[in-house]
Design a binder for this molecule. Sequence first.
Ligand code: HEC
Length: 206
Amino acid sequence: MLVRNQPSKRAQRLAVAGSVLAALVAGIQPGFSETPAPDTSARIAAARAASKDLGETLKGQLVAAIKSGGPASAIPVCKTIAPAIGNETSTKHNLSIRRTSLKVRNPANAPDAFELRVLEDFVKKLEAGADPMTLEHSEVVSTNGVSEFRYMKAIPTAAEPCLACHGSDLKPEVKAGISKLYPDDKATGFKAGDLRGAFSVTQKIK
Ligand code: HEC
C-alpha cells in the first residue's frame, strides 16, 4: 500500500466533496438507498405515522391486559384486538397496515413474496450491525400494470413485555394458552433485540 504523509490538494478536495455528499444523502434519506419522488415522501411519512400508531396502541392494550389478568389472560385479548386495531389504524391513516414475521404465531400474518424479501433483507442488515429501531424499507411495486406503494418497518423484540409470550421460558399457562389458540405457533424462542417481525403498509397508487 502507498503511504503518503502529505495527501495531494486534489485528493483532499475529493475526500471533502465525498463526505459532504455522503452527509447530504444520509440527511435527506435516512435508511433509504434511493431518493423517492416527492409524492412517495408523503406516503412514507403516513406509513411511519401509521406504524407508530399501531405499535403504541397494541402495546398499550397488551400491557393493560397483562396488568389486569397476567400474560395468559392477555393471549385471547391479543387474538381479538390485534386484527381489530390493525383495521382501525388502516382506516384512520387511509392505507392498509398489518404485522408480519418470518416466524408467525397466526398463519394469517404470514409474509407475501415482497414481505419475505424485505424481512430477509432486514435480517442481513441487522447481522451487519444496523439499528433495529430505525430499520425500514419503501418501494413502489408494479404488478400487471397496477402500482402499489409498499413500506415496512422492523419490530424488534423488547424484553418487556414481549418475552412473556415470545421468549424461550414461557410460563406453563402461557404455553398452554398459545397452543390452544395457535396450534402451529412458530413465534417463540426470541431474545431481546431479535427481529420479531415488521409493520407492513400497502397503498394503491391511482
Ligand atoms: C400476552 C402475550 C403476548 C405478548 C406479551 C406479546 N405478544 Fe406478540 N403476539 C401474541 C399473539 C397471541 C399474537 C397473534 C395475534 C394474531 O392472532 O394476529 C402475536 C403476534 C405478534 C406479531 C405478528 C406476527 C405473528 O407472529 O403472528 C408480532 C410482530 C408480535 N406479536 C410482536 C410482539 C412484540 C414486539 C411484543 C412486545 C412489545 C409482543 N408481541 C408481545 C401474544 C403476545
